[in-house]
Design a protein around this ligand. Structure first.
Ligand SMILES: C[S@@+](CC[C@H](N)C(=O)[O-])C[C@H]1O[C@@H](n2cnc3c(N)ncnc32)[C@H](O)[C@@H]1O
Length: 498
């Protein structure tokens, strides 16, 4: 029997998207850094609850052909849309199943990774409890689960807006028609509240947020009938009741308490050395609205704090280049590096320069720490009297610091599909299919790429593996130089499979 919520999802499609922070690779990397030994993601078993139309799970299944995926959602309409995409891509490693979380059979475990993005806070209490119980029953001993939820105290602000919106649209039966009315209310509040007051600035922020949100997200988030909100401490307590432990957040900056000023750190130091409690107070300070927590079983040997030495167990990736072609690696000679994200840094340490050069050369592929260390050892002369062990630890420490500046990423896995342009350059079949349906496509590293322009779409369509370079230059009306530079760019952003 379809419930009201189920009917609502079926009647108002919610278009799925890739969420980079849910990538099992991210969970695995954080797990390794915190002392766990999660299953290698490349051939793991991965489950997503509330997978919708597979917008998150299908790109993962495409990029990880040896891993096996199961997605469940009670919306028949969403599941059949997803199955259509799976058929187009001829993927054999993923199943999308129409099923209520309440009816999911725990005997189908174990799973190495479980994802529940945008489900916990959007479902009634019995489903929330069941979701956590299932995570415990289904997780492999060192398995990891991603659960996002609406957090407090920021959730009080969101709740205040939501209740005003729901009151305003109470007589409009059709959720689609509620959206413009909701936007109009927030706009009016933003424009009519007295200038220079806190209300004005709050409503202004809310109005901008609501205007930017796609229509389907307003239906499925702001105007959704269920909106549960939790404190970090109460979510951790609920997890504990189910034999689970929150051991990290999915976002690195949050894991590392990065961002707070020295005064905030001092304040936190005075309050507690307990990481859970510090996180709670940070949530107060940030008026936190959303949390994305990673859970493990309570009998798994995770430490709470990440350990720099664990970098040696990971792979590293960096979208970075020296601004000069043959940088001088000698100690004390400054070399400038630029990241793809636009950051510039000057480095003069020999080991650091060598590591960044090697990572930049490998990009978009990652390098395992031992391989990176070997390359650095070959590139720079070791200082007299230092041991290999000391140099290895030093490199791990340096890389760990770069994580904070987001110059280096930790990873465990490169998609085997990721290849530079071959004789007949080919873009990912998934990206080509997605671009036929809308402007947002997903890279092989599970990052969303906005491909709104017509020219980009034409390039992507032409890279279907049927054209050699001469044909591409002719069909895209371009020259050799632009072609090679675009192909290199497409490879760098993870769109080429050969
Ligand atoms: C807010 S949407 C989030 C979808 C997607 N995970 C995302 O983050 O974009 C919630 C999803 O959970 C599904 N859902 C909610 N309650 C469910 C239940 N009891 N059993 C199965 N699916 C459920 C809905 O159909 C919907 O697809």
């Amino acid at each position: 029997v379809a419930t009201d919520l189920e009917r609502r999802v079926d009647a108002h499609p919610y278009l799925g998207n890739a969420f980079a922070e849910t990538h099992p690779d991210r969970l695995a990397a954080l797990g390794l850094l915190c002392g766990l030994s999660p299953a290698p993601v490349g051939n793991a078993r991965i489950l997503e609850f509330g997978c919708g139309d597979g917008g998150n799970l299908i790109p993962l299944a495409y990029a990880m052909p040896q891993a096996r995926f199961l997605g469940v959602d009670f919306s028949g309409a969403a599941i059949s849309r997803g199955r259509g995409v799976i058929d187009c891509l001829a993927l054999a490693n993923i199943e999308l199943r129409r099923q209520d979380i309440l009816e999911f059979d725990p005997a189908q475990g174990p799973f190495d990774y479980v994802i529940a993005h945008g489900v916990y806070s959007w479902a009634p209490e019995n489903v929330r409890e069941r979701l956590l119980a299932l995570c415990r029953q289904l997780l492999a001993p060192q398995g990891l689960a991603f659960v996002s939820y609406n957090a407090l105290p920021g959730g009080f602000l969101a709740g205040m807006m939501r209740e005003m919106l729901l009151y305003h649209v109470r007589d409009i039966a059709d959720p689609a028609a509620q959206v413009p009315a909701a936007r109009a209310l927030v706009d009016a509040l933003a424009q009519l509240s007295p200038e220079g007051t806190p209300e004005r600035s709050l409503f202004g922020d809310e109005a901008r947020k609501l205007q930017r949100k796609p229509h389907d997200l307003v239906v499925h988030d702001d105007l959704w009938p269920v909106a549960h909100r939790e404190w970090k401490w109460s979510f951790a307590a609920a997890a504990r009741r189910h034999g689970l432990r929150v051991f990290a957040e999915a976002i690195w900056s949050a894991v590392r308490e990065q961002g707070p000023t020295p005064q905030v750190r001092q304040w936190l130091d005075g309050l507690s050395s307990d990481p859970d409690m510090r996180e709670q107070y940070r949530d107060f300070l940030m008026l936190r609205r959303l949390r994305e927590d990673i859970l493990c079983r309570d009998d798994a040997p995770a430490t709470h704090a990440p350990r720099p030495a664990c970098v040696e167990r990971l792979r590293l990736r960096a979208a970075i280049r020296a601004t000069q072609p043959e940088p001088d690696l000698a100690a004390g000679v400054p070399v400038e590096f630029k990241s793809d994200a636009g950051a510039t840094l000057r480095v003069d340490g020999a080991m650091t320069k060598a590591a960044l050069v090697e990572l930049g050369r490998a990009y978009p592929r990652s390098l395992g720490f031992p391989e990176l260390f070997d390359r650095v050892e070959r590139a720079v002369r070791a200082p007299e009297g230092s041991t290999a062990q000391a140099r290895r630890e030093r490199l791990a420490g340096l890389l760990y610091r770069f994580l904070d500046h987001r110059l280096v990423e930790i990873t465990t896995f490169d998609s085997p599909l990721l290849r530079p342009a071959g004789e007949r350059p080919t873009a990912s079949r998934l990206a080509r299919l997605q671009r036929e349906r809308g402007p947002t496509i997903t890279s092989l590293a599970h990052v969303r790429v906005d491909f709104a322009g017509e020219r980009g779409a034409a390039w992507l369509a032409a890279l279907d593996g049927t054209r050699d370079r001469a044909a591409l230059m002719r069909d895209l009306a371009t020259d050799r130089e632009e072609l090679e530079s675009q192909l290199a760019h497409f490879h760098r952003i993870g769109l080429l499979v050969g």
